[in-house]
Design a binder for this molecule. Structure first.
Ligand SMILES: [Zn+2]
Length: 698
């Protein structure tokens, strides 16, 4: 039969074990998605018609749903992964064309009334007999459906869907405006004297943008991240920096013509408020926090205000130190007579100079001490020490999408059992691989779908090896590798067998960075670092003084950096919790009000419109959630503090705390509320003491 032939020819439909990477082609995607969506919607319709809310049981619902969703999730996951690591016009096109269909299919699940009623009923009647994980999985599904408006009828439902639709449009337009406005400005430099002291890499980048020569110019600086940041760090001419800064903080605002985001922000805030009220919340912040670890707005306020008390005095001191350094080294131009107070375009530049003066090490000099194979050995050795797992390369046991990729198997040391696997794709391939680093799910653990061995993707963008020289990493890249490995461990070492809450699934947004940031802390543990930081040619260990400098660098500017995050987080919270878009106050009045408290050491300049480019909250998913960065940092630092408490050199102590971390934070995944998980691990509520100490703010 033709149809069965098509099926067996499509490697995306072969899902028994690991993806068939060597035979998957972009042309397979659309037929696979069509086939799988059609079969999913048939099975879902059958489920719906068989469900009787009054008598449905747990096993009729969640395990069934997992089985129904699994084939498309599997194929779509593989496609998304390849889209990131082996991108090309054909795949991108196929992916973009299929995406709306996949999203629509999953949205239909969320709006099924009979499914919703059945789950609610099971929660009421069966709760006492269900495990905590089962209850969590059900509750989070019910909650997600409520947030999706399943409980609304008639006009209210219509209005709700209308708002959702409009918000999606607004968010896209907001981001596009930022993108376009970013492109609208550039600064051309023609005098080579103006780029004196600028690193080669930045000059090259600017020259390329102007089609000039990196030594002779011209150079073009844009507001695009890397270009702009290099200028603020290294461009000595004050007027140039001021121009760039002013352009940057007024992107997509009143002066940007039809790319002005001011009216969009008002509409977004009004619609979000209206939407939240429709589904029973007082404001959007309440809605956002209803699926996060933080209990309520007051808890976030309290965290910010507590951190501020510690960080603000440090920020004032740091700014004073930068000012003193500038006055002493900047000459007449930076004298008090000339500039009574440093401006934002001064502080970034001079802070970099002060940092160079203090630490005098560059990332480049240290690369030879961080060869990837050694770093991996060290990281796996640490995982063995603290979590009791063995990691072994198993090349040839899985198909890969590129020869750079290594496949690893994870074994439990005690039982010798193969418990998880992962792919590591470590090097950058600018021609077809997305930048940055990330962890993603390849296969999730689930009893319903008979998947016992979770599999993760770890993707980084390090420098590839050149001839006999291995990949030499910057220290920052080492930290990033540990970070992604931390996410991977939570996915791989899960003990939960319900797909929706196994591993990283179902973990609250403000807690999901706990394991990843936790792992980064080990990059500052001497024993761990000296296990791998050896010169790749001579074997000579990293110099003590350089390790000390790395530790000092970590805390450099911590006060100002913390204040900046708190300021953004509180402004986000204020706008979504307490601001009335229909009242007399403008969003910029709110910004000023929050800045008076959270940016008191360095008030924004007159006409600062950074809100108009605040993509995280208006163009992305961080609305009333920006605080999560700090929140998770507190948790991860405090978790690491448990190891410090027993003493990092106390082998037995570290081992026993490590096993506890594996059992709780990594093992429970999303199967328990994160505050309970944390409490079980730490024996108490989270405290910010460890983070403050690590940042030198304690
Ligand atoms: Zn992360």
């Amino acid at each position: 039969m033709l149809s069965s032939k098509t099926c067996s020819d499509n490697p995306l439909l072969e899902q028994k074990s690991l993806p068939k990477f060597s035979s998957i082609e972009p042309s397979h995607l659309q037929p696979a998605v069509e086939t799988l969506l059609a079969s999913m919607s048939k099975k879902f319709a059958a489920l719906e018609s068989n469900l009787n809310p009054a008598s449905a049981s747990y096993s009729d619902i969640l395990p069934e749903l997992e089985r129904i969703r699994e084939p498309i999730s599997y194929a779509w996951g593989v496609a998304g992964h390849l889209n990131g690591v082996k991108n090309g016009d054909e795949l991108r096109k196929a992916y973009e064309e299929s995406q709306p269909k996949v999203i629509k299919a999953f949205t239909e699940f969320k709006q099924s009334r009979v499914l919703y009623d059945s789950m609610k009923n099971v929660l009421e009647s069966e709760k006492a007999h269900l495990s905590q994980e089962q209850v969590r999985a059900l509750e989070s599904s019910v909650h997600a459906m409520q947030l999706g408006g399943v409980g609304l009828d008639g006009e209210e439902k219509e209005r709700f869907n209308e708002i959702k639709q409009r918000l999606a449009e607004l968010s896209t337009t907001f981001s596009n405006n930022v993108l376009d406005a970013t492109k609208m400005f550039s600064l051309e430099i023609t005098d080579p004297a103006d780029v004196g002291g600028v690193p080669e890499s930045a000059k090259k980048m600017w020259a390329a943008a102007a089609e000039g020569d990196s030594e002779k110019g011209p150079w073009k600086i844009t507001l695009d991240g890397p270009s702009y940041i290099s200028a603020m760090h290294h461009l000595g001419v004050r007027e140039h920096r001021e121009k760039l800064y002013r352009a940057f903080v007024t992107r997509a605002s009143e002066g940007s013509g039809d790319k002005n985001n001011v009216p969009l922000i008002s509409e977004i805030l009004s619609l979000k408020l209206e939407m939240s009220k429709l589904i029973g919340f007082n404001n959007y912040a309440e809605q956002s926090l209803s699926s996060k670890m933080a209990d309520d707005v007051a808890a976030v306020d309290e965290m910010s205000s507590f951190m501020k008390e510690k960080a603000l005095p440090a920020a004032v001191r740091e700014l004073q130190e930068i000012t003193d350094f500038t006055r002493a080294n900047g000459g007449e131009e930076y004298s008090e007579a000339h500039i009574p107070k440093l401006m934002p375009w001064d502080t970034t530049y001079w802070s970099e100079r002060l940092k160079e003066n203090k630490f005098s090490i560059t990332e480049e000099e240290l690369r030879p001490y961080f060869a990837l194979p050694k770093v991996l050995d060290g990281m796996f050795g640490l995982a063995n020490r603290i979590f009791g797992i063995n990691i072994e390369a198993a090349n040839g046991e899985a198909e890969v999408w590129n020869d750079d990729v290594t496949f690893y198997k994870v074994f439990d040391e005690e039982s010798g059992r193969h418990i998880a696997s992962f792919f590591l794709d470590p090097y950058s391939r600018p021609e077809n691989k997305r930048g940055g680093a990330w962890m993603d799910v390849c296969i999730g653990k689930s009893a319903a779908t008979n998947r016992d061995i979770p599999v993760a993707y770890l993707t980084c963008n390090g420098s590839p090896p050149i001839e006999d020289t291995p990949s030499l990493m910057t220290f920052r890249e080492v930290e990033t590798l540990f970070h992604e490995f931390g996410h991977g461990l939570q996915h791989m070492l899960t003990n939960v067998e319900i797909g929706d809450v196994a591993g990283i699934s179902g973990v609250e947004w403000d807690a999901v960075e706990l394991p990843s940031q936790f792992m980064e802390n080990w990059c500052y543990d001497k024993k761990t670092v000296y296990g791998f930081a050896k010169h790749y040619e001579t074997g000579e260990p990293l110099k003590d003084k350089d390790f000390e400098k790395l530790k000092l660098q970590r805390t450099y500017g911590a006060g100002m950096m913390t204040m900046r995050q708190l300021y953004f987080g509180q402004l986000d919270m204020e706008l979504h919790a307490r601001y009335d878009p229909a009242g007399g106050e403008s969003i910029f009045d709110v910004q000023k009000r929050v800045a008076d408290v959270y940016s008191a050491h360095m008030p924004p300049i007159e006409g600062d419109r950074f809100l108009c480019a605040f993509n995280h909250i208006f163009g992305g998913g961080y609305a009333a959630g920006y605080y999560s960065y700090k929140w998770a940092e507190i948790l991860s630092a405090d978790a690491f503090g448990a190891f410090e408490d027993v003493g990092l050199d106390n082998e037995e102590g570290v081992k026993s705390v490590g096993r506890k971390f594996r059992k709780t934070v990594l093992g429970y995944g999303g199967g328990k509320p994160p505050s309970e998980v944390f409490k079980e691990f730490r024996g108490r509520e989270p405290s910010s003491e460890a983070l403050l100490r690590h940042c030198g703010l304690g």
